[in-house]
Each structure stands twice: as C-alpha cells, then as structure tokens.
Design a protein around this ligand. Sequence first.
Ligand code: AMP
Length: 948
Amino acid sequence: QTCFLPVLYALSLSTCVPNMHWEEIGEVDEDYAPIHTYQVCRVLEPNQNNWLHTGWTQTQGAQRVFIELKFTLRDCSSLPGGSGTCKETFNMYYYEKREMAGEARYAKIDTIAADESFTELDLGDRIMKLNTEVRDLGPLTRKGFYLAFQDLGACIALVSVRVFYKRCPLLVRSLARFPDTIPGSEASQLVEVVGRCVNNSLALDEAPRMHCSAEGEWLVPIGKCVCQPGFEEVNGTCQECGPGFYRSLLQAGGCSKCPPHSWARESGARVCSCEPAYYKNPADPANMACTRPPSAPRNAISNVNETSVFLEWSVPVETGGRKDVRYNILCRRVLPEGRGLEECGASVRFLPRRVGVANTSVMVADLQSHTNYSFLLDAVNGVSLMANDHARQYVTLNVTTNQAAPSPVSLVRRGASGRSSITVSWAEPDRPNGIILEYETKYFEKEQESSYTIIKSQLTEMVVEGLKPSSAYIFQVRARTSAGYGAFSRRFEFQTSPSCDYYFCITTQQHQLYMESFAGCCHPYRRCGYSKAKQDPEEEKMHFHNGLIKYPGLRTYIDPLTYEDPNQAVHEFAQEIDVSSISIERIIGAGEFGEVCSGPLRLPGKREFQVAIKTLKAGYSEQQRRDFLWEASIMGQFDHPNIIHLEGVITKSKPVMIITEYMENGSLDSFLKKNDGQFTVIQLVGMLRGIASGMRYLSEMGYVHRDLAARNILVNSNLVCKVSDFGLSRVLEDDPEAEYTTRGGKIPIRWTAPEAIAYRKFTSASDVWSYGIVMWEVMSYGERPYWEMSNQDVIKAVDESYRLPGPMDCPEALYLLMMDCWQRERSTRPKFDEIVGVLDKLIRNPSSLKKLVNSSHRVSNLLVEHASVEVDHTTLSQSVGDWLDSIKMGRYTELFMDGGFSSLETVAQMTSEDLRQVGVNLAGHQKKIITNIQEMRVHIINKTTVTI
Ligand code: AMP
C-alpha cells in the first residue's frame, strides 16, 4: 500500500570540510551538475588519521536519521608490493552540538567496510565498484549535528553522503485525517496519533487513532469516523444526500432512497417525512415505509351465551402496511329508556384482555343478564396513536345478553329448631340474573341421600317440619328465574333437638346451661315446638326416593283427561291469579278462543313484569271454556326455560284468562320472515338449540307435542325460543295447517312424520321429525316447507323417499341432522337428547358450521314432484327485467343489462361474486336474488331431467 510507504526526507548536507590528505575533487555528473567527491589514499604510509567533517546539519525535528554513504574502496591485496599499513575500512562519527569541537568529542557511529573493493585491474578497466551503506543514528536530541569520517590508511573515494529521516505521511483513513508525523526516536517505537474526523463526519464510539512506526509506516488503526446523518461518504469526504434520499446516523453505506409513502424535499435529509395520512412510529427503523392505521375489523359477529358474549371478527382489509395490528374493545351498557350509554364497569371480564388483543376474538364474561350492550371494536397498530382520532374506524356490535340461571345461594342459616323442625333462611343469590320466581330447598337425613324432599317456596325462609329428633339433616337451596334453576348451594348440616321426656325436662329445669343446649326441647312451662317462622303460602313439597317422585308430582306429565273435573285439573296445575293484579294494555294477536293481549302483572311481594294474556271471548260454551283452560292444565305442569311459562289463570271472574310469560318477538315463523337473512348461523343454531332443549324436556316428561312447527314457537327479546301451543287434539283443531286425514284425525301434514299421518302413531320420535322440519324453516328464514306442493304430493314424495333440499347457505352439519330427523324408520331418528348434544357441539366449535350444503347435494335431494309442478315453462322466456320486477328487484335491471346478463339463461349462472361486480352491493338484496336464481336453476334442472 503506497500510503504506508515511508517518505524519505533528505537533509541538506553542507559541503564537507576536509582536513589534511582528504582531497576534494570537483566533477560533474551526466547532467553536468557539479558533484563533490572526497578521496584519500595514503596506504603506503603508516599511522594515518585523516578526518573529513561535514558542516552543521539540521535535524528538522527528526529524532532518528539515516545516513547513506556511497563510496569506492581499494582492495589492499591488489596494491603493488602489498602494504602492512593498508586498511579496508573507515569510521563514521557524529557530534551533536552546534559549536565546533575537537575530534575527540565525536561519538562513533560505526566502522564502515566495503562489500566490494576494487583492484588495479578494475581501475584499468575503469570499473568503479560503488558501495552503498546505510546507518541509522538516534536518538538525536539537538537541533542538528556534525558528521565526520575518519580514515586510518585506506584508499577511499566518498562519492555521496545522503542524510535523511522517515515520516508517516498525512493520511485520510476511515474519514479521519492523520497529520504528517515524525516517528519516535527508537527503532521499535510507535507514535500514537489521534485523527480528526473530516468535515461533516463524527467519531463513532471512540476517537480514531493510528500509530506511526520508526519506518514511517502507519500501523494499528483504532476507531473510525462516519458521515453525519444526511451525508454519505464519497472518496474520503462526506457529501450531502440528494433530494429524495436520506441517511440516518447509524445507517451503513450511502444515502438511501426514501422508503414508500415518504419523501425528502431538501438535500441533506436525516429522515424522510411521511406523506399525508401516513405515519411513523418512533420505534420504526428509518428504512421502514410510512404506514397508516388499519381499517375497521371485518365480519364482526357476536355470539351470546347467557351473560357472556363471544365476539369474533376477521382481520381488517387494510392493515396499514404493518404487522402489529391489535384490537381494542370498548364495552358500553345501553341504559334503558334512551338514557344513553354507560361504560361497563370493572366487573366485566375480557378474555384474554380488553385492549391490545392479538387474536381475532374475545370473550366478554360476567355481563348483566337481559341487558343491551354496545361493543365498539377497533383495530389499531403502531401508528394509530399518531393518526387523528377521526381516522380510526370502529365496528359497533349491539348485543342483548340472554337469560342466565341465578348464581348459587351462598349461605343457608339455621333459625329456631325443634325436635321435628328446623327453620332455614338464606339470602338472595349474588347474581339473580332476573326475577327470582321461586326457591327450591332440598333436604334429607344425613347419609340417607337416596330419600330426599324438595320444597318450593317464594320466600327466603322456611320451616321444615316432619323431621326426626336428634338427627342431622343436610340442606341445599337453589333459586329459579325464567332462565331456569341455578346450581344448588353447598350442603349445610343442621341438627334437630333431642327428644326429651317430661321428667328429664323438669329435673333439669334449673340448669340453664343444660337447658340451652336443648333449646326447643319440650318444656313444661313453655309451648312445645318452635316459634313459627313466616310460612310461605305457595310452598309446594315433593318427596323423592332413588330419584323418583314418591307421590304424583310434576315430574311426569299428567294428562288432564285423568281428572274427572277439568276445573280441578286447572287448579291442580295452575295458580289462580286475582284479576286486580293484571292490567290489559295492548292486543298482540288473535287466538282461537279470543284475543291475545299483553300488560303488566303485579303479584304480591314480586316485582311487576310483562305477561301475555289469552282471553276467552264472551258467549263461550262450557266445552269451549274447558278446552280453553285445557292448555293451562298442560302448560302449568312444565317448568323449563324453553317452554312457555304459565303464570296462572283467572277463572273466578270474566273474561276467563290464561296468563303466560310475555314473548316480545311473537311467533318464530313470522319473526324469521320479518328478519330474513339478519342472523348469524350461530344465532340460528342457538334458537334451534333452545327448541331442542325444550323438546327434550317435554319428551322426558312423557309429553308428545304433535304440532311442533315454527308457528308454535315463541321468541322473546333475547332470541330465546320457547315451545308453546299445548293441548293435543284441541291444538290440531285450532291449527290451520292441520288437515283431516282419511282416518279422521286432523294433522299438519308438512310437519308430521309418515307413521303419524298413516296410522296416528304420535311419539317423541314423530316430534323429532317435526323438529327436523322446524330446523328447515329456521335455516330458510320461515320458508314454507315443500313450498306450494299440495299435501297429497307431499305425502307421496316423502313416501317415495324424497326429502326437502338443504336451505340456501345452510351448514352441511345442520342439513345432515335434519335428514336424520327424517329417517323413515322412527327408531333410527335421533333422540332430542342427542340433538341437543349435536347442536351444543356445533356451537362450541363454530368452524364445523363453515361447510355449507353444496348445490349438487341440494339438487340430488330435490323434490321432483314439487319442482315439475312448479316448472313454469314461460319463466325462462321472461325478460330479465320482468323477472327482477317479479322479485321486487327491478331497480337492478339496468345494471344486469350493462353487466351482460341480459337473458335468464345467463342470469341462472350468476354467482354472488357476479352480483357484486354488477353492482348489487346490499347483502340482503344479494341474498334475495341468489335465492331466486337457485330456484330458477331448480326449474331448469327439472326441465332437463324430468326423468328423475
Ligand atoms: P296462540 O293462540 O297461542 O296461537 O296465540 C296467537 C298469537 O298471539 C301468536 O301467534 C302470537 O303472535 C301471540 N302470542 C301468543 N302467546 C304469546 C306470548 N306469550 N307472548 C307474545 N305473543 C304471544
């Protein structure tokens, strides 16, 4: 490396001052420049001591100098006659002081011998054998020195004496400038030099350093400089970055082009500025593109499970160019009567968390039951905080929590106890989750659990009687709301008092302590027994043995027909309500026997709540009155969150009324038609699960419904579905769908299993068939089963093993379940218990609902009879405009034409994607058109495959 090569600096050597015998010979070199040569040759005379002195030579700061001698030397042996005094060396001396001094003060540098000496012969041939010898001299401490050459009798010609020193030359390395430097005095010494960073650069970590060696070489570089931000290194200098380029401090290499969505208008940019609406997080590396906040999460859905809500969404379309998208959830409770929103308190739990959720779902738990909530779902990323708030896009999810069973009663206390009775009391559960309708107290003698008694009551205190003296009893209490029973409390053990005989009491009457331990014991001066606690007039007691009720109770359905007096049946199962407790506010429907109204019910000791009131119109016959109340006798036996709950009857005044819980959304079929396409699959499955659960309860009670259909399911404001319309044959008489069969009964053909139509074999298995039809109704949003096929055609088609096709967008798992319900062989149909299990599994694992019934599946199950009857051969010759008009979508005619869908044949091939491309953007309209296209395809298929 040339830069490390030493540069030699010659010192000017003044003309020598010869003393005796050294001769100066002036000559010229090839270029006629004068040169001085000094020679001496006194080889034949002994005791020579001839000195040649140089003038004063300045060191120029060098502490170590080099002396290069060029000379010739005569070979002594070549002298004629030889000479005992002839020498072949000479000495070199130096003296450091300015004032001249005698030779004795000079210090010897070295004795110089020739590598090559010459002979007479060489002289004859004029061959000059020139020697070059270099010696170094140091350390020098003065500003200059003298040199001297001592001849002791040799034949020498000193042709040149060159004195020089070495320097480390100015060097720019790693953007640091190291000045021209004179090495140290010692041969092995390194002089450390600190470099200066060049303009617009700065030292990184430590000052740059180099070491100058005695040989004038730069060695051991340490540290370096780098160009300041906004500058880049060009040929050892730092130059400004041009416009559109930037360089940050730690960035290696040169200036870089501004990353996407950023720019640098001026030169010398350290960072690039973001384009409007794009941002940089301080932690983002300089070379990262400017990014922006994400768009709103997509496809957000909520799935309410009692008082928990599972929120799920898809990642936003626009992640803003970042990978750090997180989600925040703001939970707000909707205050009643339009009083606005209130943030949910700390008691609401978010799993895994409320803010900074990395996944696309969150579980919100411990909400209040039957309460409207509004969730704001917001996607954020590393630059959301930098963006204006208005740039953030939220998704709102409004949900209503469902019923939730009350939390367990936490503490049961013992009040007074006697020999045969114990008073127990408890507090309302911490979270009643609704109005507590009643409590159930279960008790049994300790270790006799197989035989227990249950008492229902409405107060939080009761006296349990008929117990054995000196016995331990276990008590458990649970509460019931319209959502069902909560869990039982833990077990509490209480003891009855010992039986004591009269004598024992008398003799110990003085011993107060003793007495107290037998509190409640029969005492001659006190009344026997216990002080009677508040007794609940509505208490109802049932005894169980090995799980079976010991006397007729409410656990199995009792046919009201078994009662001779139907009035007795009504009052056995239904509570008589005082007419003053009720006010009729609105008419909500029309029943077979009269209007159905709604209004508040105020029962003593209970909060007022809305109920439905079925009335029996004036002028009824005794038979009609009996038929009307029949339903109450059945309904009153049921107690399940998915069975319409009977509050009571009013029979002691007119009009006669049946009071049931109020179902805000009315009957399921009209509710679905009204809200076509509005629910998530999970919500629909949730409704179906409720119905199945109610039916499981009925089947366990031994009750066969016979008229299970969406029109006989009621829906409340929380989308809870409840089975209603009880009354056996009475209901069928009442049902406009029911038709007389050849055997005389009236049957809703489309909903009824073949064996029930054929020979009136109504069982829970035939209810399962009907349940399958209800599933189909629900999944097709209230479509009429078998459309407009005649009842006769339906019977025939079903008999020939044709079944309803899977509804549009119906998950395959649900369609398979429906098909199972429609097994010809009734014993192979699933039980309601299994249906609930399957639906629960699907709800727990919603991805199992993703696979939809495919169209080939749909077609293979088509009801040919229905379709061939329906084929309107003129349909396909209709214009697209007429067809769209007929389905009330005429507004899209022009878009269809523009999109090239100008014949019904082409329309029949359209997919949802085509619809979107054409410009049908409303999901509801897309669905409507697609449904009609599907039907049109059915027509086309049946036209071409009439032989199916
Ligand atoms: P029903 O005679 O039971 O078929 O009732 C006739 C109509 O009244 C039903 O279709 C419902 O629209 C309405 N209805 C009946 N019971 C209730 C109820 N408990 N809550 C709300 N609406 C009801």
